[in-house]
Design a protein around this ligand. Structure first.
Ligand code: ADP
Ligand code: ZN
Ligand code: ZN
Length: 729
């Protein structure tokens, strides 16, 4: 008899799987990773086979049989990875496994299938019929002639020669054609930007980088299996990745290239597709479920073996993985925000280590963790030989407040861009028009009814919007408390800067790129394309404008509030600010006209700003590492954050006290337990936060997992949601 150990796809924390099922003869072919529908209590739910056994501890008559097996499952390697994530990030087996499954496999049992299409091919008798002048209908003859050029789908035949299925059926009955059903590949309608598949002659530094990867692929003694590729923007890192991917393919191995969520620009996709052809697959959130499923299947079947995609592509079913590249490894989008809060960079390292693949993390602005942990390879020069653009830091504390959010020098530089017919990028850290609305007469201000934050003025839509929940309301004309009509809007956001620039810089067009304008499918790419095609233009937006694109006509990039990110009470604030300013600086001066960078700030002496202005990542990192060592922050300790949420505050406080007690009993020594600290209310839920600072990562995670699982069964925690974030960002 054979037994399948099945982990049910349900998110109950208190459930301890896997559970044994008896396999009928017809399901003897099931493997680890197969997805089955099983009876579970009174329900029928999906589950994943995580193990197979000869016998069970339970008598056979107590075991149920799966009802059916689904079309596609996950490779065993990914099942192990999913279970590892569940443990490592204090989540459930079900949530970990769902990451490994084909797109569209939901716990609720809905699923995506392959789409089939009918394909026709001419038979030898068909060729003879055409040349021998046999009697054929007009449509029949047209079909045969079309098929002489090669196999076609029924849909293509219908549009090419107007032949319907009946014509094909009759031809097949006469033995003149053969038809078959085949899996169809749904392709995204996203326009492919032109890219040449040409491969430039690599510079010596690039050659060294490729050789390093090849040596590791070939398992040479002394070759680095993990590497930080530290190279300024435009130093040819992507070109090195392409060559390394080709090397992996030539050795019959696959590759995964992770890119930031927003960085998957059509240009980048086109570049990979042009070089790697059909061996290339792309997985990203702009694809429909069907398209994503088809790309997944192409990887799973081995038809494609290089996958490019954001965070979740770390679970791409690439067989015989030889290389994993993490592009722009500093990017915050590699951390998943919902449970499991996995970090794709850590998962990539685990996966690469388990399958003997080479890992490369590339960036111009490495994280201190990566800087310390991985051996480095430097690509210090831009391929075009251009120097990095000069950076001017403007002290906004000394600027005349009447000049508004832009320093007079910034206006002057923008004016020069207009005169020269060039382009500029302007970044501001907040979207909307203004972050505060207040009544001048009575001081009332407008807060979100569901969250403890102020509502943001959005003039474009004429509404007040909460950036933490879905709440919006019409922009008031008068104060609700005192009827005064003198309402003041304080602070600036992208909409306001857009309006200011459009007015002062006319006639050159101003494009805005932020979460509001980029919301629709393909909108992000359309805005960038419009900016690219314009002769002279300004692009205004949030951090999105600093990421993943290359416009040689940009001669000025400016950030208006470079200290906004520094004010967060977060030990990564400096690292974030450095990366943001350095990335924005990298957008300017990529063409023959050169360029410059302006940084407006209230904190001109902050190390992150000074070193970013000097394009000096090495000094910044050296200082930042020492600061972290002194304060015992990662990587010199391990952080875990636990957040409790509830609508009723009293319940929340009792739960927090209970958790604090349980944790202080179970945590290993040398662990600081900070909290519970109040956090601002979001979506009508009050929140409390604990932060653990630990020396022993494994022991702390295990203690947190056990504590949370025990409490999940406790009545005190009823109606209290608890989330655990290991290595919070
Ligand atoms: P990065 O990823 O470091 O920003 P890319 O690989 O995208 O750099 O290179 C920047 C530009 O320079 C691209 O247009 C690329 O095609 C080109 N490039 C890269 N390497 C070379 C080379 N060796 N010779 C000529 N052009 C190159
Ligand atoms: Zn008022
Ligand atoms: Zn809200």
């Amino acid at each position: 008899m054979s037994i399948a150990k099945v982990e049910p796809l349900t998110n109950a924390r208190a459930l301890h799987g896997p559970f044994d099922y008896r396999l009928p003869e017809a399901m003897a072919g099931l493997e680890v990773g197969s997805v089955v529908r099983v009876p579970f209590g009174r329900q029928r739910i999906l589950g994943v086979v995580v193990g197979l056994a000869e016998s069970s501890e339970l008598p056979p008559e107590r075991l149920a049989e799966p009802i059916e097996a689904l079309e596609a499952g996950a490779p065993p390697e990914l099942v192990r990875l999913g279970l590892w994530i569940a443990r490592e990030y204090c989540s459930t087996a079900s949530r970990g496994l769902q990451l490994a499954l084909p797109p569209g496999t939901g716990a609720a049992g809905q699923r995506v299938r392959s789409r089939l299409e009918l394909r026709a091919e001419i038979a030898a008798a068909g060729e003879k019929a055409l040349s021998g002048g046999e009697r054929l209908g007009v449509k029949q003859r047209a079909v045969l002639e079309a098929l002489r050029a090669g196999e076609m789908s029924a849909a293509d035949l219908a549009s090419a020669v107007g032949a319907d299925r009946a014509v094909l059926r009759r031809l097949e009955e006469r033995g003149l054609i053969a038809t078959r059903s085949s899996r169809m590949r749904r392709r995204s309608a996203q326009p492919d930007v032109g890219a040449t598949g040409g491969c430039p002659e690599l510079l010596p530094e690039q050659v060294t980088a490729v050789e390093g990867v090849v040596a590791a692929l070939d398992g040479e003694v002394g070759a680095q299996r993990e590497e930080l590729r530290h190279g300024v923007t435009g130093s040819g890192k992507t070109e090195v990745d392409l060559a390394a991917d080709e090397a992996a393919l030539a050795r019959g191995r696959g590759a995964i290239v992770l890119v930031p969520e927003i960085g998957l620009a059509p240009q980048a996709v086109a570049r990979f597709r042009a070089r790697l052809g059909d061996r290339f697959a792309v997985l990203h959130s702009a694809l429909s479920d069907g398209e994503r499923y088809d790309e997944w299947r192409r990887l799973r079947s081995g038809e494609a073996s290089v996958c490019v995609g954001p965070r979740s592509a770390v679970f791409a079913p690439v067989g015989d993985l030889g290389l994993v590249v993490i592009d722009e490894e500093h990017d915050a989008s590699y951390k998943q925000e919902g449970d499991p809060c996995y970090d794709a960079r850590a998962v990539a390292r685990k996966r690469a280590a388990d399958c003997g693949a080479v890992l490369v993390a590339g960036t111009a602005t490495p994280r201190p963790e990566t800087w310390l942990e991985l051996p480095r390879l430097e690509l210090p020069r831009r391929v075009d030989g251009r120097v990095m653009p000069p950076v001017r830091v403007l002290d906004m504390r000394e600027a005349d407040p009447r000049s508004g959010p832009l320093h007079p020098d910034t206006w002057e530089a923008l004016g020069a861009v207009r005169e020269a017919g060039a382009k500029a990028i302007v970044m501001v850290n907040r979207r909307g028009f203004a972050p505060w609305l207040t009544c001048r007469s009575c001081g009332r201000h407008w807060d979100c009814p569901n969250c403890d934050v102020s509502l943001i003025v959005h003039r474009h839509s004429g509404r007040l919007v909460c950036h933490h929940c879905a709440h919006t309301e019409p922009l008031p004309r008068a104060c609700a408390d005192c009827d005064s009509t003198t309402l003041s809007q304080a602070g600036v956001g992208t909409e306001q800067i857009e309006a200011l620039l459009a007015e002062r810089l006319a006639p050159i067009p101003v494009f805005r790129l932020d979460a509001d304008t980029a919301a629709g499918r393909g909108a992000h790419a359309r805005i960038l394309a419009a900016f690219g095609e314009a002769e002279s233009a300004v692009l205004v937006g949030t951090q999105m404008v600093a990421k993943g694109h290359d416009f040689p006509e940009v001669t000025l990039s400016a950030i208006l509030d470079a200290d906004a990110t520094l004010r967060f009470p977060d030990f990564r604030a400096a690292e974030r600010t450095f990366a943001m300013v350095a990335q924005l600086a990298g957008r300017s001066g990529r063409g023959p006209a050169g360029g410059e960078v302006i940084v407006q700030t209230l904190a001109p002496t902050a190390p992150s700003i000074v070193h970013a202005a000097g394009h000096d990542a090495t000094t910044f990192l050296a200082e930042e590492v020492e600061r972290r060592r002194a304060l015992r922050y990662p990587p010199f300790s391990h952080l875990t954050r636990i957040v409790l949420k509830a609508e009723v505050e009293g319940r929340l406080d009792r739960a927090a006290a209970e958790l604090a007690d349980a944790l202080s009993d179970s945590l290993p020594g040398e662990t600081d337990l900070l909290g519970p600290a109040p956090m601002f209310r979001v979506r009508n839920r009050h929140r409390r936060r604990f932060l653990l600072k630990a020396a022993d990562r494994e022991a702390t995670i295990a203690a947190v997992r056990d504590t949370v699982e025990n409490l999940a069964a406790d009545r005190v925690l009823r109606d209290v949601a608890i989330s655990v974030d290991v290595d919070p960002q």
